[in-house]
Design a protein around this ligand. Structure first.
Ligand code: KG4
Ligand code: ZN
Length: 340
């Protein structure tokens, strides 16, 4: 491996954010994310609309990422892209764009697993962040995923727990929909919860074996609870919104923390890293910090811009794979259900 600097252009289009980033080795030079507001009106991501919006966004987003990094496309060393998991129509846009550009520039193409990227985002070089030591436990919590992963090395990962139904972000978003909040409801519930009483309304915790999760029962419990209460008092939601949000957040954070404690005890690993959109949650961040003196954990919480879907995290995986010369054949196709 020569000591020449490596410039990676990374593309992420797995769900409803179109993103492009440029990395110089492990450092991020630019990270542009175009959110798709169109889904707000539908209370969730509409795959057809997401795919169409990616097609509209991808060229300007890539141009912007190159411009912000002050890099000409001819300087690029390789192109990294999200192959999966995600929505097929969305993945196809990023995959075909990356393939054509790599082919046009005659540079290597590198496929990236979106879930590995949420974890390896912790390896982005940034003065404000420390890099986790192996082995560590990674908890990936987003609108599409809830996983606990043992990370022995960059590309040696084992999923030891995951959701058997809804992801934790979905639990937030679906609860929010019941309460009449806009999508995505996670950040709104988080904000309202800060001013409410977390013990106002006790919601049941699911009983799931081992390190797996289940959130669909919680959503149903909230739905029945709200239906019952609003029958008696039509203004129940407005009058109790902060307490309801605080109670939902308290239940969700407890579920997550219980499993994390169990995973740490079972594996003997005390270094814990979180990633994914829900890791922006203030109560989860606090619980992890508290775990440092309560349980002797070392916690790693990513910078806000690397928690939700972004191409910088795809770029760091691209760089790590580039060092191993782990390139992808141009015949590659998107894979919506690819595993870690
Ligand atoms: O990683 P992400 O951007 O996209 C997926 O891959 O799903 O995660 C989006 C999810 C949404 O469900 C959103 O409600 C949730 O992350 N989220 C939060 C917070 N910020 C974003 N959930 C709880 N608290 C937050 N502060
Ligand atoms: Zn994600």
């Amino acid at each position: 491996m020569s000591t020449k600097d490596v410039y990676i252009l990374a593309i992420e289009s797995s769900c409803d954010d179109t993103s492009a980033a440029v990395l110089k080795n492990a450092k991020v030079l630019s990270n542009v994310v175009a959110n798709q507001k169109i889904h707000e009106a539908y209370g969730g991501v509409v795959p057809e609309l997401a795919s169409r919006a990616h097609q509209q966004n991808i060229v300007p987003v890539v141009h912007q990422a190159l411009a912000n990094a002050n890099i000409d496309k001819k300087q690029l060393t390789a192109i990294a892209f999200t192959r999966g998991p995600g929505l097929m129509g969305s993945l196809l846009v990023g995959t075909s764009f990356a393939k054509s550009l790599a082919l046009g520039l005659a540079i290597p193409l590198i496929e990236v697993n979106h879930m590995q990227a949420h974890i390896l985002a912790h390896f982005i070089e940034d003065d404000a962040q420390k890099i986790p030591e192996f082995p560590f436990l990674a908890m990936t919590i987003s609108g599409g995923h809830t996983q606990i992963v043992v990370v022995k090395h960059h590309f040696e990962m084992e999923v030891i727990g995951e959701t058997i139904d809804d992801a934790v972000g979905e639990a937030y978003d679906k609860s929010g929909k019941i309460l009449g909040l806009t999508y995505p409801a996670g950040p709104i519930i988080d904000t309202l919860a800060k001013e409410g009483n977390p013990k106002a309304f006790p919601f049941p915790k699911p009983k799931v074996e081992g390190l797996n999760f289940s959130f669909s029962g919680l959503k149903t419990a909230i739905l029945y609870f709200i239906q019952k209460q609003t029958k008696e008092n039509p203004n129940f939601i407005e009058e109790n919104l902060k307490d309801i949000c605080a109670s939902i957040q308290y239940t969700i954070v407890n579920i997550i923390l219980d499993k994390l404690k169990k995973a740490s005890k079972q594996t003997g690993i005390k270094t814990i890293a979180i990633g994914g959109g829900v890791s922006a949650n203030s109560a989860i961040r606090k619980a992890l910090k508290d775990g440092e003196f309560k349980f002797g954990w070392t916690s790693h919480i990513p910078k806000f811009e690397y928690t939700t879907d972004n191409a910088a995290m795809i770029g760091i995986v691209g760089y790590l794979k580039y060092l191993q010369e782990d390139f992808t054949d141009e015949a590659v196709t998107a894979n919506s259900r690819i595993k870690i």
